[in-house]
Design a protein around this ligand. Structure first.
Ligand code: SAM
Length: 283
């Protein structure tokens, strides 16, 4: 008789404040047969804090293949495994992608146990648009590659989110000013959930100057958020809206939308929605 595989839990852990861990995460960490951790010494402190005695095994970027194969064998033998990283959500600029992918290929159930992630914490408090955002990980380390990487994102309309190491934050901001322009709105979220948490909002040039002025402002862990550009209305959109506005002064919405669709060649339902918005904005 074949053994039913165990479950691979992907468990988020705190990004600083140890209280930021869910009841469910604690229960699962205590119940699984094994915890796969990026740095076992680091994670042992978290587990000790919560008196969790589950065995730990290392799984990181440098042993990913071998350790991943062993973890899959353990899962296939019916044992449950929890994957954690040093901080936040595994796989988000952290190891785990290969393991999760291989688990799917081997029909091992993968269960997320959600919790903190620095990018979401930063976005939730930044006061920048949240309807669309693009998490772009760490910018490249070398200046030329970093400038190229920023240049490719200059016209992006979504809010941009990056991680950056403290020893590169100043250089990163200098290049960001060059690529996105000094006036682009941005936020620097530092040491989130920790004692020296700061969330600074300003133009890129202000933030860059700020980070260069005081040594302590470039220490700690950073999330960099840059506002996207305003979406340009589709060609002819403004003209169509004007036409629809005029028609709406004389006709009911349905007729105005139908006529505007005929004149502009655009879809009737699109113009109906636009007309509805115009009517509401006036009324
Ligand atoms: N998996 C993690 C997550 O879900 O956020 C990210 C891991 S990545 C290796 C570490 C980077 O996340 C740091 O260099 C920093 O950019 C960001 N980060 C992690 N903790 C942070 C915190 N408390 N405040 C600000 N940024 C943080």
């Amino acid at each position: 008789m074949s053994v039913r595989p165990g479950i691979l839990y992907v468990v988020a852990t705190p990004i600083g404040n140890l209280e930021d861990i869910s009841q469910r995460a604690l229960r699962i960490l205590a119940e699984v047969d094994l915890i796969a951790a990026e740095d076992t010494r680091h994670s042992r402190r978290l587990l000790q804090h919560y008196a969790i005695g589950t065995p730990l095994r290392s799984y990181h970027d440098f042993n990913e293949e071998q350790a991943g194969d062993r973890l899959l064998e353990i899962l296939q033998s019916g044992q449950d495994v929890a994957l954690i990283s040093d901080a936040g959500t595994p796989l988000i600029s952290d190891p785990g992608y290969r393991l999760v992918r291989a688990a799917h290929e081997q029909a091992v159930r993968v269960v997320p146990v959600p919790g903190p992630s620095a990018l979401i914490a930063a976005l939730s408090a930044a006061g920048l648009p949240t309807d669309r955002f693009l998490f772009a990980g760490y910018p490249p380390v070398k200046k030329a590659a970093r400038c190229e990487y920023f240049a490719a994102l200059v016209d992006e309309t979504a809010t941009l989110i990056f991680y950056e190491a403290p020893h590169r934050i100043r250089a990163c901001l200098v290049d960001a000013v060059e690529a996105f322009g000094p006036e682009r709105e941005a936020v620097l979220a530092r040491e989130l959930t920790k004692r020296f948490e700061t969330i600074r909002k300003g133009t890129l040039s202000e933030l860059s100057r700020d980070a260069n002025e005081a040594e302590d402002r470039s220490r700690g862990e950073f999330v960099v958020l840059i506002r996207g550009i305003e979406a340009v209305p589709a060609a002819g959109e403004e003209e169509t809206a004007r036409l629809l506005g005029i028609l709406l002064e004389e006709l009911p919405l349905k007729k105005a939308a139908a006529l505007a669709a005929k004149i502009s060649g655009r879809k009737k339902n699109e113009l109906y929605s636009l007309g509805l918005a115009l009517v509401r904005s006036k009324g």
